[in-house]
Design a protein around this ligand. Sequence first.
Ligand code: ZN
Length: 173
Amino acid sequence: MDIRANHLGIPLDISELDGENLSYFRHCAAHAFHLQACAACHLIRYPPTTACPWCASADARWVPVEGRGTVHSYTEVHHAIQPAFRAHTPYLVLLVELDTQKGQPTADEALRVVGNLTTAHGVLAPPEMVREVGIDTRVRMVFTDVAPGLALPQWTIDETARGSAPPWRYPQE
Ligand SMILES: [Zn+2]
């Protein structure tokens, strides 16, 4: 069955023909992060796809993956793309390198998962939290519920990893 939802003014539709994404977001809706592991070469992949990007095998199984990692890069958004985002600017889009499968199959092909920076409750982070986060910040996954069968994987600061050096951030005016 199709999923048709709306998140802060953005339509989020998943066709019933898109089995990979339906499975992916069904796990997220249960607040459990799963990715496909190739049955042939055993590498885990992201985003969900019909075939392994390394060996082209179509056989895969869903495996639980720990939602923990390090910010690899980020974008700080100051111009809202939808009116509903205006109240949340500036907000961060994070590219997070997972601890799982780090450096495999090469250092440049690690698992990197996109999400917003949110509070621990999955709401877009307030400005004081945005200012704390940059490259190398340790984060953990949380979920934003959108509709039945659909939740978005997001990122929040990993409180257990605080106290290390400040992260790298783009120079501020
Ligand atoms: Zn493979």
